[in-house]
Each structure stands twice: as structure tokens, then as C-alpha cells.
Design a protein around this ligand. Structure first.
Ligand code: ADP
Ligand code: MG
Length: 731
């Protein structure tokens, strides 16, 4: 029943911009990838950045500008300045001061500077020979041998070669895509791109009177005249920026509203709640009663899945608020109505835990549960697949293996996605494709403990209903969080001894950045947002800690869990810890989501400064699940950066997931929330949801009006701004 939609196909074939003349030769064609791919390295890099059509290039805006409109005399230049100077080469030679380097001595009549190149081609030394005139731009510093510039940009010129007339734009780029190549491509794209106004004046907000047209705004920002001040260009409150941000938000709102409207035409099974059905039998065997919040969201979901349109709902609730049981009840309603359900979790450990829990609850009630992960042996996999295809298994639990092509559901009625924000965009698209069906589409319930700030919900999730569990089950004692420097490690280990002697269990978490899909912090570091970026720790950190704790806590069971262990071993360690056969679990962030062992009451997080705030909160959520008072100890390596301090402080001051999310947004900015984190490229390039809340509201109103009154222009606007990315917005 699954129709495989071709979501990965990109409409680039005819739209690749021609390489700008004179650049392709210099950039060279480094053969990479498949032999059939004859595009040059820069072309491929542009493709990766989504720069495929002329309009994509026109909308690729500078990060900043350099002033190459004037020359500074070396005699007037000050150290610490970024300057452009011009002079004659006096000396050029290769030296081996520790490392082979090219040193060029430049003189302009008023003074002298050394140009230092650690990476260079032999040809460069030949070109930059004595007597040649060079125009160079870089940071002037005082080095050991006098004033110098390290890796300046260099141009060979003649006397009187004209200076640039406009500020030079510097574009966001990536490896393999030289700035000059990109600049020429953008220039060409800007010339060719159709930039006629698509938004009718009546649809624009009132302040748009002061905005330039799209064409004017783009020309202004790509090719600023020298009179424009740098600060006006770089200030994103400038009317040109306002125009672009608004247009971007408008495209996003329209595409979300379209998706919602499309969904209203789709048909889904009506999963009516039957009195005394499986859901009531499940409630009767649960060892607890639902909280009021759980009951409320169960009702919201029940109402929604009873309708003949597919539900598309996010269930959000803080860690430990009890989302799993809500999902199980929804599944029970669906299965009672004669339909299959699938539950997908982002890690094998979490999927396994759900499997055990659901088997425990549902098999006694006669439900057959299938298990699907990537690590299943071929024979076992065939059996599970057969059970799913025949409909014998009413519930399927697993990792994203659940949505792979070979999986054919007999009658899928409800898909449940746990920790949905942990799935990559590609996987979310794959899921949507899998769920699309010629006849009836299944309902979709996504769960997440990462609360979504309101403006984000409006922009990213206009096509989503949200249910919130805003209450924790009763009897939980709040977690006390303490922060200690690494130097107190021994005291902390003594504390662990006391705890395990009392029969409690302890998590000891070590960061291991290269292991998981990607951590908050790794993403932050990649984006250059954290000042305290340090090299990732390797596996030895966690194995050494395991050895150390095994030795000092002799007599108690100390387990080790990390992503590189074989799945069977992971499952075994986890099961032993859950059964209290291990007192201490030394683990990496593989335990970040979902792991649920109520008897664990102490968590130590080593190098806590290396984790992002939401990740710390997720990790801490592994304790405080039972009736005993729980403690979370954050160990940090000194010195702490400012953002590191803020993060640890936030952890001590609050355990409320919404407050944590708010602070996280403050510390990091919104880019990393939701899809942006996994896609690598933020879906919103210009608008800042934190700062541009007003524009978001206006774009929303304008989108409604444009869809109603100018549907054709609305389509063209979305195509212009989003191109193939509009698929991503649905993920
Ligand atoms: P999360 O929302 O983080 O996924 P879980 O579904 O894992 O939370 O639930 C956390 C723990 O709370 C589990 O041990 C679960 O069995 C328990 N639990 C869920 N609902 C209740 C409730 N109403 N009363 C008591 N315990 C509950
Ligand atoms: Mg959970």
C-alpha cells in the first residue's frame, strides 16, 4: 500500500548555472565521486549548498563585505587593522622555520611588510617574484621579524590598475568552493534571475512602503556602492533586509498552509474508540492511573483519529511526563478498530525498551508485537517482515528500519514517532513517502520532549496540531543539580559508593562527540557559535572511566554502554542495569533519550560544559523517575566559557523543560531547533524567529490573503524562494 514518492529527486538538471567564464580553468576539475559526474568540484559544492538555479544564487546573500575601494600607505597603517596595500616585491623565498613557508617582502615607498604563506604552490613563488607589483589585503600584525600579514589575498597588478568601485561581498561558502568562483557565479545569477515583483502591493504590510523592491534590495546587498556604510549593510534591520526576511517568511507560511490544505483532502481510516475496547483493558492493567494531562491529550488524540482525515499531531511533554503510555493507548484504539500501528524510535536502545514495555503490557491482552531494526539477522528479519505484511503483527516497534522499503504493512492505521526531533530530515521525508497511500493514509503522532517556542511552532509547524502534557506523574521528587570542578571527582566517586551501598543505581555519562548522529554541541561547534570549542574526546574517555570506577567500586557491578558496542551487547547491558544487576552504568549519550530505569537516582555528567543545554536536560531526565530524591552532578573542566557558565547555571536553577528551552534559545539562537539541526542548513536563512516575531505575524496574515486572492502568484513565490526545499518544510 505504500507508494514510494520520489522525494530525493532534485529538479536541478536544467537549472545548474553555467560556470562563470575564466574561473573554471583556475578552479580546476578535481575528479571526485562517480566517474559519470563530470561537474567540477566548485559546481558540486554549489549544488550541495542548494545553489542550483539563478534565483538561488541571487538569494545567496553576503555574510559581510570587504572594502577594496581604497589603498592604505604602509607608513600610515596600524597593526591590528585590516588593510589593502600595494607595493613592489623586494624579496621572495621559501624558508623552513619549523614549517616550510613562503615569505614575500613587500615595499611601498612608505614602509615594508612581510607576507607569510604556510600553504602555497610553487607557481605562486614564481609569479610573486622580485620587482612584481602586488595588491594585497589582510590583517596587519607585528610578528617576530617585523610587520607581517599571514595569508593575505594577493593580486598581481600594474601601476594604476583601477580599484574596485564597490564593496566586495564575502559569501557563505564551503570547502572546494573558492570565494572568487562563487562571487562570479552569484553576479551572473543575479543578472539572469527573473526578479519581477510577485507580491501584490495590497498584500504587503504597511511598513513595506519604506522597503525597496526585491530587485533593488538584492542589488543593494550584493553590489553596494562605496558610499553605503558598512554598518548599514550589515545591520539586518535595514529596509533591504526587512524586505528579504518578509519574503522568506511569506514563502514559508504559504507552503505550510498549502500542506495543511492538501492534507484536508486526504482520506484516513476513522479509528473510532470502542467502549470497553483494548484501550480500557490496557488502562486496567497499568500499575498507575493516568494524570489529568495524560487523559486530556488521550482525548484530543482519540477525537482526531476518529476523523476521516489523517491526524498530524505533535505530542510534547517534558522528559518523564509519560508520553509512551499515551502513545500505547492511541495504538490500542487503532488496533481495536482493526488497524496496524508502527512505533519508531531514533535509537536501538530506546526502541528495545519500548518493545519490552509494550510486549509486557499488550501481549497478555492478545496483541502480537513485531520487532524491526537494522541489526536483525536475515532469518529473523524475514519472519518479522512476513508477520507485518500478513497483518498477523498488529504492532511493529523498531528503529527507522520500520520505514524501509522492504517493509510492507497489511493495514497501517497509525504511525507513532518517538523523539521525532532526533530523526534526520531525510528520514522524516522517507517516513512521509512511506505513509502516503493511494487509498487511506495512516494517522501520525509524533512525540518530543523538546518544547517548541511559539514563533517556531507558527513557522515550522503551521501544518501540525500540538498536544501538550504539562504535568508530571505524582510522587516524583525534584532533582537537585550540583556543579563541581573536575578536581572534586574523587569526592563524587565517594558519594557514588554511598549511594550504591544503599541500593540505588547511578549513571555516569561521558561525552563522546563523534559517536551519536550529532550532538547539540557538535552542531554548535560546527556553526562556530561556541567559544569553548575543544577537540572531541575519543572512546578511551568512557572506557577509562569504566575501568577507574570498576576498580574503585570493587564489589559492585559497573557496566559500560556506548554506541560502538554490538547491538546484542548493548541490549544485554541495558537489561542488566534495568534489572538492578548493575549498580553503575558508565555510558555515552546513547542513553540520552527515553531510557527509563526508575531506581536510578544519581547521575554524574562528566565534562558537562561540552554538552548543549537541551541535551543536558534530556540526560538529567533519566533520573528523578522514582520516588527517591535524585541528584544530578555536573562535573566541568576549568576554565569555563561564558556560554558554558550560563548553561550550567540554567541547569542548577531550573528543571522545567520549557524554561530550559527558553534559555537555550537565548544562549544559542533558534537555528538549531527542529529541522534545522538535522538538515545542516537552516531552513530560514535571513529571518530570525527570535527577533522577527512581528514579521512572522505579518507574513502569516499576508500568506492567508495571497492564497485567497492571488493563488497563482503564491505558487510562484514559493517556487522562487524554496525551490526543492519546499519538500523539506514538510518533513
Ligand atoms: P517520557 O514522556 O519522557 O517518554 P515515559 O513515557 O518514559 O516518559 O514515562 C516515564 C515514567 O513514568 C515511566 O516509568 C512510566 O511508566 C511512568 N508513568 C507514566 N505515566 C504515569 C502516571 N500517570 N503515573 C505514574 N507513573 C507514570
Ligand atoms: Mg519517551
Amino acid at each position: 500500500m505504500a507508494r514510494s514518492a520520489s522525494v530525493s529527486k532534485s529538479p536541478q538538471a536544467s537549472a545548474t548555472p553555467a560556470a562563470p567564464a575564466g574561473v573554471a580553468e583556475r578552479a580546476g576539475t578535481v575528479a571526485q565521486g562517480k566517474p559519470s559526474d563530470t561537474r567540477s568540484a566548485p559546481q558540486k559544492a554549489m549544488d550541495k549548498l542548494g545553489l542550483r538555479r539563478d534565483i538561488d544564487l541571487a538569494l545567496h546573500l553576503p555574510l559581510r563585505y570587504e572594502d577594496e575601494t581604497r589603498l592604505t600607505r604602509l607608513g600610515d597603517a596600524r597593526e591590528g587593522d585590516t588593510v589593502q596595500v600595494e607595493g613592489i616585491v623586494r624579496d621572495s623565498r621559501i624558508e623552513a622555520r619549523g614549517r616550510r613557508q613562503l615569505i614575500v617582502k613587500l615595499h611601498d615607498g612608505s614602509g615594508e611588510v612581510l607576507l607569510r604563506f604556510l600553504n602555497f604552490y610553487g607557481a605562486q613563488q614564481k609569479t610573486w617574484s622580485v620587482g612584481v607589483r602586488l595588491r594585497v589585503r589582510g590583517d596587519l600584525k607585528l610578528g617576530f621579524f617585523g610587520r607581517e600579514m599571514v595569508h593575505p589575498t594577493v593580486k598581481v597588478v600594474n601601476e594604476g590598475t583601477p580599484l574596485s568601485h564597490s564593496l566586495t561581498p564575502i559569501y557563505p561558502t564551503s570547502a572546494g568552493l573558492p570565494q572568487l568562483y562563487l562571487r562570479k557565479a552569484v553576479e551572473a545569477g543575479l543578472k539572469r534571475a527573473p526578479l519581477e515583483e510577485l507580491i501584490p502591493a495590497a498584500v504587503l504590510p504597511p511598513q513595506a512602503r519604506h522597503w525597496p523592491s526585491l530587485r533593488e534590495a538584492l542589488h543593494f546587498l550584493h553590489q553596494p556602492s562605496p558610499e553605503v556604510s558598512l554598518s548599514a549593510l550589515e545591520d539586518h534591520s535595514h529596509p533591504a533586509w526587512q524586505r528579504l526576511k518578509f519574503e522568506e517568511l511569506l514563502a514559508q507560511q504559504i507552503s505550510q498552509m498549502r500542506a495543511r490544505a492538501e492534507r484536508a483532502h486526504l482520506k484516513a481510516p476513522e479509528l473510532l474508540t470502542q467502549p470497553q475496547g483494548l484501550q480500557d483493558q490496557l488502562l486496567a492493567v497499568l500499575p498507575f492511573a493516568l494524570t489529568a494531562a495524560q487523559q486530556r491529550v488521550c482525548n484530543e488524540i482519540a477525537k482526531d483519529i476518529a476523523r476521516p482525515q489523517p491526524m498530524h499531531r505533535l505530542l510534547q511533554g517534558d522528559v518523564g511526563s509519560g508520553k509512551t503510555v499515551v502513545a500505547a493507548i492511541a495504538a490500542a484504539v487503532a488496533m481495536q478498530a482493526g488497524w496496524q500501528c508502527a512505533l519508531m524510535a531514533p535509537t536501538e536502545i530506546l526502541a528495545e525498551q519500548h518493545f519490552r514495555k509494550l510486549v509486557g503490557w499488550l501481549e497478555p491482552l492478545g496483541v502480537k508485537v513485531a520487532w524491526l531494526t537494522g541489526s536483525l539477522k536475515a532469518k529473523a528479519k524475514r519472519e518479522q517482515l512476513a508477520a507485518v505484511a500478513s497483518g498477523e503483527a498488529q504492532l511493529v516497534v523498531g528503529t527507522h528500519a520500520v520505514i524501509q522499503d522492504q517493509v510492507q504493512f497489511a493495514k497501517l492505521g497509525l504511525a507513532l514517532i518517538d523523539e521525532q526531533h532526533r530523526f534526520g530530515v531525510a528520514q522524516r521525508l522517507q517516513l512521509r513517502a512511506k505513509l502516503q497511500s493511494a487509498e487511506l493514509e495512516p494517522h501520525l503522532l509524533m512525540m518530543s520532549a523538546t518544547p517548541i517556542p511559539r514563533t517556531l511552532a507558527m513557522t515550522y509547524l503551521a501544518d501540525l496540531e500540538v498536544s501538550t502534557i504539562d504535568e508530571l506523574p505524582p510522587g516524583r521528587t525534584p532533582i537537585v543539580t550540583k556543579v563541581f570542578a573536575d578536581s572534586r571527582r574523587d569526592n563524587v566517586i565517594e558519594r557514588i559508593r554511598d549511594e550504591v551501598a544503599k541500593g540505588s543505581q547511578v549513571y555516569w555519562v561521558c561525552p563522546l562527540i563523534d559517536e551519536t548522529e550529532e550532538t547539540d554541541l557538535a552542531a554548535d561547534q560546527a556553526a562556530g557559535r561556541l567559544s569553548d570549542a575543544r577537540p572531541p574526546l575519543d572512546l578511551s574517555n568512557v572506557t577509562q572511566t569504566h575501568e577507574e570506577l570498576s576498580a574503585t567500586l570493587a564489589g559492585f557491578g559497573v557496566g559500560l554502554l556506548h554506541g560502538k558496542l554490538p547491538p546484542a551487547e548493548k541490549a544485554e547491558v541495558m537489561a542488566k542495569f534495568a534489572a538492578n544487576e548493575l549498580s553503575v552504568l558508565v555510558a555515552t549519550t546513547v542513553i540520552e533519550v527515553g531510557v527509563d530505569v526508575p531506581n536510578a537516582s544519581l547521575m554524574v555528567i562528566e565534562h558537562a560544559e561540552r554538552f548543549g543545554l537541551s541535551q543536558l536536560h534530556q540526560l538529567r531526565g533519566r533520573v528523578g523517575r522514582g520516588a527517591v530524591a535524585s541528584v544530578c552532578v555536573l562535573l566541568y573542566g576549568a576554565p569555563l566559557s561564558d556560554s558554558g557558565k550560563q548553561r550550567l547555571k540554567a541547569m542548577v536553577e531550573t528543571t522545567d523543560g520549557f524554561e530550559i528551552a527558553r534559555r537555550d534559545l537565548e544562549i544559542r539562537g533558534p537555528g538549531e531547533f527542529m529541522g534545522a539541526r538535522q538538515s545542516g542548513a537552516a531552513l530560514l536563512r535571513f529571518a530570525d524567529l527570535h527577533e522577527d516575531g512581528d514579521l512572522v505575524e505579518q507574513a502569516r496574515a499576508s500568506a492567508l490573503r495571497m492564497l485567497r486572492e492571488h493563488p497563482h502568484a503564491a505558487d510562484r513565490h514559493v517556487a522562487r524562494w524554496l525551490g526543492q526545499k519546499s519538500e523539506y518544510l514538510k518533513a
